[in-house]
Design a protein around this ligand. Sequence first.
Ligand code: SF4
Ligand code: SF4
Length: 449
Amino acid sequence: MSVGANQALSRIKVTVESARAASDGERLRRYRRAVQWGALLLAVLIPVTGLFRIDPAAGAFVVLDRQIWFSDFFIVVGFWLAVSSLLVMTYSTFGTAFCGWACPQNTFSEWANRMTQKFLGKRAEVSLTGELIHVSPGKKKWINWLMLGGLFLGASLLLALIPLLYFYPPDVVWSFISVRDDARLAASLHWIYTVFVLIILVDIAVVRYFFCRFMCIYRVWQHSFKTRQTLHIAYDDARGERCASCNFCLSVCPVEIDPRNTSTYDSCINCGACISACDSLQYRLGEPGLLRFEFGERKLSKLVGLAIQQGSRLKSNLGTLLGRFSWSLPLTAIGAAMFTWGLLSYQPYHLSVYRADTNQGTIQDYRIGLANKLYREALLKVRIEGLPTDSYELSGSEMAFTTVGRKDLNVHIAPVLTKGLHPFVVQVESQDGWRASYRVQHFVSRSGR
Ligand code: SF4
Ligand code: SF4
């Protein structure tokens, strides 16, 4: 080929619109798969890294190995303020996309469907859908059932460990897995774990999307924040003749609605499976799919269609969403700031003093309550200031902790003080420099000896 011909060819504009559209659908499917497994990984990493877990013995939350009490006001309120306002923004913008993109229930329902098709045939049906159990004739072999059952059981055994990670540190969960004696494990944990395994097994094996469609309260909750501007599936009516002998999108929809006719308050979970399915079909005809994600007024897009300029519609939708964000974004910022301040000003130990014993109207014993809120060793030194040394007896001048916990010391006031007020201060100091003091107003109603 001559140089001139090459130059002429290079000037021809080639548009590979259909290939891009098809790869968009496939890319969407892959993105979603990555987000689903990423969400599951995150659910494991959150407790394993110590970012958040629950201490059942203390009945407290644990953030970064710090025990969080309700008195840690800024951490507790800041966290919930930031998370709840962020979630409200997410629900308003993306609707119930959490269900389609991150919920482990759906991730494992999809996985269970794929495994069922692999072992029992493409049209096999064993879950709660209202249809009779059906297996492809060529796959009716006990070995296939055994393999499928083994996979489901293995997945249930693994998945049931995830909730345990939220209640025990990883080394304790490992003690449980390796059947090692560990005093930190609850005696009934194997029963609790067995119940988890059974629930997950039944869910994966037969319940699957039934839970999502009819039983999940969280989906209903997310649903209540939807607006006309929320992300939804849009259908290209102009090319509706393509659907004449096709209902592929309908057959892949996990919640069994018609993706060509979605409405604001339907049960669509924005999973995008219908978009990927239609794209894969239309790609063969060299055209983009008929379904796509869209923000904005459904009615307007259907009735007026192209007459409404995309740019102005997007602007108006973004304007409406940002209008909502105008009150939720500041709440998120305030919550994040409170949470950060709470972590920075966190008190790792706690001191309290209670009166313990009263004799003839005079308190003679005080209990000094000491708490270590960190999951590590600590040594707290205690001293009394303001009383003559022969007028009191402290049950110990220091308190050692091997880990988080509460311990008490006792101060006995000898009956040698004169009648009246004898204020004193309990001073506590830790090895790492933390200090606290508690002022006690000790009153003697009768003179001592
Ligand atoms: S998959 Fe596409 S072509 Fe088929 S019915 Fe659905 S929207 Fe129409
Ligand atoms: S309509 Fe489409 S996006 Fe919505 S749930 Fe069904 S498959 Fe998923």
